[in-house]
Design a protein around this ligand. Structure first.
Ligand code: GRG
Length: 315
Protein backbone atom coordinates (compact mmCIF):
# COMPACT_ATOMS: atom_id res chain seq x y z
CA UNK A 1 0.00 0.00 0.00
CA UNK A 2 1.40 3.43 -0.93
CA UNK A 3 1.74 6.34 1.49
CA UNK A 4 0.58 9.80 0.51
CA UNK A 5 3.60 11.81 -0.65
CA UNK A 6 5.12 13.72 2.29
CA UNK A 7 6.44 16.41 -0.05
CA UNK A 8 3.26 18.47 -0.42
CA UNK A 9 3.52 22.22 0.24
CA UNK A 10 0.82 24.83 0.79
CA UNK A 11 1.49 26.88 -2.34
CA UNK A 12 -0.55 24.46 -4.37
CA UNK A 13 -3.55 24.22 -2.02
CA UNK A 14 -6.04 24.60 -4.86
CA UNK A 15 -4.36 21.85 -6.83
CA UNK A 16 -4.21 19.62 -3.75
CA UNK A 17 -7.90 20.25 -3.00
CA UNK A 18 -8.80 19.40 -6.60
CA UNK A 19 -6.61 16.30 -6.65
CA UNK A 20 -8.06 15.04 -3.37
CA UNK A 21 -11.62 15.85 -4.48
CA UNK A 22 -11.16 13.86 -7.68
CA UNK A 23 -9.84 10.82 -5.81
CA UNK A 24 -12.67 11.03 -3.25
CA UNK A 25 -15.23 11.39 -6.06
CA UNK A 26 -13.98 8.14 -7.63
CA UNK A 27 -14.26 6.35 -4.31
CA UNK A 28 -17.72 7.76 -3.55
CA UNK A 29 -18.83 6.70 -7.02
CA UNK A 30 -17.67 3.13 -6.27
CA UNK A 31 -19.35 3.10 -2.83
CA UNK A 32 -22.60 4.25 -4.46
CA UNK A 33 -22.54 1.75 -7.33
CA UNK A 34 -25.64 -0.28 -8.16
CA UNK A 35 -23.89 -3.52 -7.24
CA UNK A 36 -25.00 -4.64 -3.75
CA UNK A 37 -22.24 -5.05 -1.15
CA UNK A 38 -21.77 -8.41 0.57
CA UNK A 39 -24.85 -9.26 2.69
CA UNK A 40 -26.98 -6.54 1.08
CA UNK A 41 -30.04 -7.90 -0.73
CA UNK A 42 -30.62 -5.24 -3.39
CA UNK A 43 -30.09 -1.50 -3.87
CA UNK A 44 -33.42 0.14 -4.79
CA UNK A 45 -32.72 2.31 -7.89
CA UNK A 46 -34.72 5.37 -6.79
CA UNK A 47 -33.07 5.45 -3.36
CA UNK A 48 -29.62 4.97 -4.88
CA UNK A 49 -30.26 7.72 -7.45
CA UNK A 50 -31.28 10.13 -4.68
CA UNK A 51 -28.18 9.27 -2.65
CA UNK A 52 -25.98 9.80 -5.70
CA UNK A 53 -27.70 13.16 -6.35
CA UNK A 54 -26.93 14.22 -2.78
CA UNK A 55 -23.30 13.17 -2.89
CA UNK A 56 -21.75 13.16 -6.37
CA UNK A 57 -20.67 16.03 -8.56
CA UNK A 58 -20.33 18.93 -6.14
CA UNK A 59 -18.97 20.27 -2.92
CA UNK A 60 -15.51 21.37 -1.89
CA UNK A 61 -14.76 18.01 -0.20
CA UNK A 62 -13.02 19.93 2.56
CA UNK A 63 -13.69 17.31 5.24
CA UNK A 64 -12.10 14.38 3.38
CA UNK A 65 -9.25 16.71 2.45
CA UNK A 66 -8.59 17.32 6.15
CA UNK A 67 -8.74 13.59 6.90
CA UNK A 68 -6.41 12.66 4.06
CA UNK A 69 -3.90 15.44 4.70
CA UNK A 70 -3.78 14.77 8.46
CA UNK A 71 -3.28 11.07 7.78
CA UNK A 72 -0.57 11.94 5.26
CA UNK A 73 1.21 14.05 7.86
CA UNK A 74 1.43 10.96 10.07
CA UNK A 75 2.33 8.52 7.29
CA UNK A 76 -0.92 6.53 6.98
CA UNK A 77 -1.63 4.62 3.77
CA UNK A 78 -3.51 6.81 1.31
CA UNK A 79 -6.13 4.19 0.43
CA UNK A 80 -7.17 3.94 4.08
CA UNK A 81 -7.15 7.72 4.50
CA UNK A 82 -9.40 8.18 1.48
CA UNK A 83 -11.89 5.61 2.74
CA UNK A 84 -12.08 7.36 6.11
CA UNK A 85 -12.42 10.73 4.35
CA UNK A 86 -15.19 9.36 2.14
CA UNK A 87 -17.03 8.16 5.26
CA UNK A 88 -16.93 11.68 6.72
CA UNK A 89 -18.14 13.15 3.42
CA UNK A 90 -21.06 10.67 3.27
CA UNK A 91 -22.09 11.77 6.74
CA UNK A 92 -21.73 15.45 5.79
CA UNK A 93 -23.90 14.89 2.68
CA UNK A 94 -26.60 13.20 4.78
CA UNK A 95 -26.66 16.28 7.02
CA UNK A 96 -27.07 18.57 4.02
CA UNK A 97 -29.90 16.45 2.54
CA UNK A 98 -31.78 16.50 5.84
CA UNK A 99 -30.96 20.16 6.57
CA UNK A 100 -32.56 21.17 3.25
CA UNK A 101 -35.87 19.37 3.98
CA UNK A 102 -39.05 21.45 4.36
CA UNK A 103 -39.20 20.60 8.08
CA UNK A 104 -35.68 21.97 8.57
CA UNK A 105 -34.27 24.80 6.42
CA UNK A 106 -36.62 24.26 3.45
CA UNK A 107 -34.09 24.98 0.70
CA UNK A 108 -34.50 24.44 -3.05
CA UNK A 109 -30.86 24.84 -4.03
CA UNK A 110 -27.71 23.06 -2.84
CA UNK A 111 -24.33 23.00 -4.58
CA UNK A 112 -25.95 24.91 -7.44
CA UNK A 113 -28.52 22.17 -8.08
CA UNK A 114 -32.02 21.27 -6.86
CA UNK A 115 -31.98 19.80 -3.36
CA UNK A 116 -32.71 16.08 -3.07
CA UNK A 117 -36.34 16.51 -1.96
CA UNK A 118 -36.91 18.85 -4.93
CA UNK A 119 -35.26 16.52 -7.46
CA UNK A 120 -37.06 13.48 -5.98
CA UNK A 121 -39.57 13.81 -3.12
CA UNK A 122 -39.52 14.32 0.62
CA UNK A 123 -39.83 10.68 1.70
CA UNK A 124 -37.07 9.64 -0.69
CA UNK A 125 -34.83 12.46 0.61
CA UNK A 126 -35.35 11.35 4.23
CA UNK A 127 -34.46 7.77 3.33
CA UNK A 128 -31.49 8.86 1.21
CA UNK A 129 -30.12 10.79 4.19
CA UNK A 130 -30.69 7.81 6.48
CA UNK A 131 -28.91 5.46 4.10
CA UNK A 132 -25.95 7.87 3.67
CA UNK A 133 -25.59 8.07 7.44
CA UNK A 134 -25.50 4.31 7.85
CA UNK A 135 -23.18 3.87 4.85
CA UNK A 136 -20.69 6.24 6.48
CA UNK A 137 -20.34 3.90 9.47
CA UNK A 138 -20.30 0.84 7.19
CA UNK A 139 -17.23 2.29 5.45
CA UNK A 140 -15.42 3.06 8.72
CA UNK A 141 -16.18 -0.37 10.21
CA UNK A 142 -14.85 -2.24 7.17
CA UNK A 143 -11.45 -3.96 7.47
CA UNK A 144 -10.31 -2.13 4.32
CA UNK A 145 -10.28 1.11 6.36
CA UNK A 146 -7.83 -0.27 8.95
CA UNK A 147 -6.61 -3.75 9.77
CA UNK A 148 -6.93 -3.25 13.57
CA UNK A 149 -10.42 -3.52 15.04
CA UNK A 150 -9.50 -1.17 17.90
CA UNK A 151 -8.55 1.59 15.47
CA UNK A 152 -11.77 1.10 13.48
CA UNK A 153 -13.78 1.27 16.71
CA UNK A 154 -12.00 4.52 17.66
CA UNK A 155 -12.86 6.02 14.25
CA UNK A 156 -16.51 5.01 14.63
CA UNK A 157 -16.67 6.48 18.14
CA UNK A 158 -15.07 9.72 16.98
CA UNK A 159 -17.55 10.15 14.13
CA UNK A 160 -20.51 9.17 16.31
CA UNK A 161 -19.71 11.65 19.07
CA UNK A 162 -19.10 14.45 16.56
CA UNK A 163 -22.26 13.88 14.57
CA UNK A 164 -24.90 12.76 17.08
CA UNK A 165 -26.69 13.92 20.20
CA UNK A 166 -23.87 15.98 21.69
CA UNK A 167 -22.49 17.07 18.31
CA UNK A 168 -23.98 17.99 14.95
CA UNK A 169 -27.55 16.74 15.48
CA UNK A 170 -27.63 18.33 18.94
CA UNK A 171 -26.32 21.57 17.43
CA UNK A 172 -29.05 21.48 14.78
CA UNK A 173 -31.64 21.08 17.55
CA UNK A 174 -30.23 24.10 19.40
CA UNK A 175 -30.28 26.04 16.12
CA UNK A 176 -33.97 25.26 15.52
CA UNK A 177 -34.73 26.25 19.12
CA UNK A 178 -32.84 29.54 18.61
CA UNK A 179 -35.20 30.30 15.73
CA UNK A 180 -38.03 30.18 18.28
CA UNK A 181 -39.64 27.07 16.78
CA UNK A 182 -40.59 25.38 20.00
CA UNK A 183 -41.52 28.33 22.19
CA UNK A 184 -41.98 32.06 21.91
CA UNK A 185 -38.97 33.73 20.32
CA UNK A 186 -36.60 34.56 23.16
CA UNK A 187 -34.36 37.17 21.56
CA UNK A 188 -30.75 36.92 20.48
CA UNK A 189 -28.68 34.14 22.03
CA UNK A 190 -25.76 35.17 24.22
CA UNK A 191 -22.42 34.93 22.42
CA UNK A 192 -21.27 32.00 24.55
CA UNK A 193 -24.34 29.98 23.49
CA UNK A 194 -23.85 30.89 19.83
CA UNK A 195 -20.28 29.62 20.03
CA UNK A 196 -21.37 26.36 21.64
CA UNK A 197 -24.15 25.82 19.09
CA UNK A 198 -21.71 26.41 16.23
CA UNK A 199 -19.05 24.16 17.75
CA UNK A 200 -21.63 21.38 17.80
CA UNK A 201 -23.46 21.97 14.52
CA UNK A 202 -20.49 22.64 12.24
CA UNK A 203 -17.25 22.56 14.19
CA UNK A 204 -17.48 19.04 15.59
CA UNK A 205 -17.54 17.29 12.22
CA UNK A 206 -14.65 19.37 10.88
CA UNK A 207 -12.64 18.63 14.02
CA UNK A 208 -13.53 14.93 13.69
CA UNK A 209 -12.30 14.97 10.08
CA UNK A 210 -8.88 15.90 11.44
CA UNK A 211 -9.02 13.52 14.42
CA UNK A 212 -9.97 10.57 12.25
CA UNK A 213 -6.94 11.22 10.03
CA UNK A 214 -4.78 11.51 13.15
CA UNK A 215 -6.06 8.24 14.65
CA UNK A 216 -5.62 6.45 11.33
CA UNK A 217 -2.01 7.64 11.31
CA UNK A 218 -1.41 6.38 14.88
CA UNK A 219 -0.94 9.85 16.41
CA UNK A 220 0.47 9.89 19.96
CA UNK A 221 -1.23 11.87 22.76
CA UNK A 222 0.75 15.06 22.07
CA UNK A 223 -0.03 15.03 18.35
CA UNK A 224 -3.68 14.19 19.02
CA UNK A 225 -4.00 17.14 21.41
CA UNK A 226 -2.36 19.58 18.97
CA UNK A 227 -4.43 18.35 16.04
CA UNK A 228 -7.53 18.55 18.24
CA UNK A 229 -6.81 22.24 18.92
CA UNK A 230 -6.21 22.75 15.19
CA UNK A 231 -9.47 21.03 14.19
CA UNK A 232 -11.62 22.90 16.71
CA UNK A 233 -10.17 26.29 15.75
CA UNK A 234 -10.54 25.49 12.05
CA UNK A 235 -14.15 24.41 12.61
CA UNK A 236 -14.95 27.68 14.38
CA UNK A 237 -13.19 29.64 11.62
CA UNK A 238 -15.24 27.85 8.98
CA UNK A 239 -18.57 28.59 10.67
CA UNK A 240 -17.90 32.26 11.32
CA UNK A 241 -16.78 32.59 7.68
CA UNK A 242 -20.14 31.00 6.76
CA UNK A 243 -21.98 33.61 8.86
CA UNK A 244 -20.06 36.37 7.07
CA UNK A 245 -20.73 34.85 3.63
CA UNK A 246 -24.43 34.61 4.49
CA UNK A 247 -24.40 38.39 4.80
CA UNK A 248 -21.92 39.36 2.07
CA UNK A 249 -22.38 36.78 -0.65
CA UNK A 250 -25.16 35.88 -3.09
CA UNK A 251 -26.87 32.61 -4.02
CA UNK A 252 -25.09 32.32 -7.39
CA UNK A 253 -21.70 32.44 -5.68
CA UNK A 254 -22.65 30.06 -2.85
CA UNK A 255 -24.79 27.60 -4.81
CA UNK A 256 -27.41 27.86 -2.05
CA UNK A 257 -29.74 30.51 -0.63
CA UNK A 258 -28.06 33.27 1.41
CA UNK A 259 -29.21 35.97 3.85
CA UNK A 260 -31.29 33.27 5.58
CA UNK A 261 -29.79 33.54 9.03
CA UNK A 262 -30.85 37.11 9.70
CA UNK A 263 -34.26 36.44 8.11
CA UNK A 264 -34.87 33.68 10.64
CA UNK A 265 -33.53 35.71 13.54
CA UNK A 266 -30.78 33.13 14.02
CA UNK A 267 -28.00 33.85 16.44
CA UNK A 268 -24.77 34.29 14.52
CA UNK A 269 -21.44 35.80 15.50
CA UNK A 270 -22.04 38.53 12.90
CA UNK A 271 -25.09 39.50 14.95
CA UNK A 272 -23.19 39.29 18.24
CA UNK A 273 -19.92 40.95 17.19
CA UNK A 274 -20.92 43.05 14.16
CA UNK A 275 -19.49 42.42 10.69
CA UNK A 276 -16.05 43.89 11.37
CA UNK A 277 -15.83 42.18 14.76
CA UNK A 278 -16.79 38.86 13.17
CA UNK A 279 -14.06 39.26 10.55
CA UNK A 280 -11.47 39.98 13.25
CA UNK A 281 -12.63 36.92 15.19
CA UNK A 282 -12.52 34.76 12.04
CA UNK A 283 -8.91 35.81 11.43
CA UNK A 284 -7.98 35.27 15.10
CA UNK A 285 -9.41 31.73 15.00
CA UNK A 286 -7.64 30.94 11.75
CA UNK A 287 -4.34 32.10 13.29
CA UNK A 288 -5.09 29.95 16.36
CA UNK A 289 -5.49 26.92 14.09
CA UNK A 290 -2.16 27.65 12.42
CA UNK A 291 -0.47 28.16 15.81
CA UNK A 292 -1.73 24.76 17.00
CA UNK A 293 0.50 23.16 14.37
CA UNK A 294 3.70 24.75 15.68
CA UNK A 295 5.07 21.36 16.70
CA UNK A 296 4.94 20.11 13.12
CA UNK A 297 7.35 21.01 10.35
CA UNK A 298 6.88 22.15 6.77
CA UNK A 299 5.01 18.95 5.94
CA UNK A 300 2.03 20.47 7.83
CA UNK A 301 1.99 23.55 5.56
CA UNK A 302 -0.97 22.22 3.60
CA UNK A 303 -3.02 22.05 6.83
CA UNK A 304 -1.90 25.58 7.71
CA UNK A 305 -3.06 26.68 4.26
CA UNK A 306 -6.40 24.91 4.83
CA UNK A 307 -6.97 26.99 7.98
CA UNK A 308 -6.39 30.18 5.98
CA UNK A 309 -8.65 28.83 3.22
CA UNK A 310 -11.45 28.26 5.78
CA UNK A 311 -11.27 31.96 6.65
CA UNK A 312 -10.84 33.34 3.15
CA UNK A 313 -13.18 31.05 1.19
CA UNK A 314 -15.71 32.68 -1.14
CA UNK A 315 -18.22 29.79 -1.26
C1 GRG B 1 -29.98 18.04 9.64
C2 GRG B 1 -28.82 16.48 11.23
C3 GRG B 1 -28.82 17.73 10.49
C4 GRG B 1 -27.78 18.54 10.62
C5 GRG B 1 -27.62 19.76 9.84
C6 GRG B 1 -24.48 20.67 8.64
C7 GRG B 1 -25.79 21.15 9.09
C8 GRG B 1 -26.38 20.47 10.26
C9 GRG B 1 -26.45 22.09 8.43
C10 GRG B 1 -25.95 22.77 7.25
C11 GRG B 1 -26.34 24.19 7.32
C12 GRG B 1 -25.20 25.05 7.10
C13 GRG B 1 -25.24 25.82 5.83
C14 GRG B 1 -24.23 25.15 7.99
C15 GRG B 1 -23.10 26.06 7.81
C16 GRG B 1 -21.80 25.38 7.58
C17 GRG B 1 -21.88 24.28 6.61
C18 GRG B 1 -21.95 22.93 7.17
C19 GRG B 1 -21.86 24.53 5.31
C20 GRG B 1 -21.83 23.49 4.27
O1 GRG B 1 -20.57 22.90 4.23
P1 GRG B 1 -19.58 23.14 3.00
O2 GRG B 1 -19.44 24.62 2.71
O3 GRG B 1 -20.42 22.50 1.82
O4 GRG B 1 -18.31 22.38 3.23
P2 GRG B 1 -19.93 21.69 0.53
O5 GRG B 1 -21.13 21.76 -0.40
O6 GRG B 1 -18.72 22.37 -0.05
O7 GRG B 1 -19.65 20.30 0.99
Amino acid sequence: MSSVSPSARSGDLDARLAQNAAAIETLLEALLSDIPAADEITRPPRLLAAMRHGVLGGGKRLRPFLTVETARLLGAPVEQARRAGAAVELLHCYSLVHDDLPAMDDDDLRRGRPTVHKAFDEATAILAGDALLTLAFDVLADEATHEAGAVRAALVTCLTRASGLGGMVGGQMLDLAAEGRFEEARGALPEVEIRQLQAMKTGALLAASVEIGARLGGADATALAALGRYGRALGATFQIADDILDVESDAAQMGKATAKDADKGKGTLVGALGLDGAKRERDRLSAEAVAALSGFGAEADVLRAAARFAAERKS
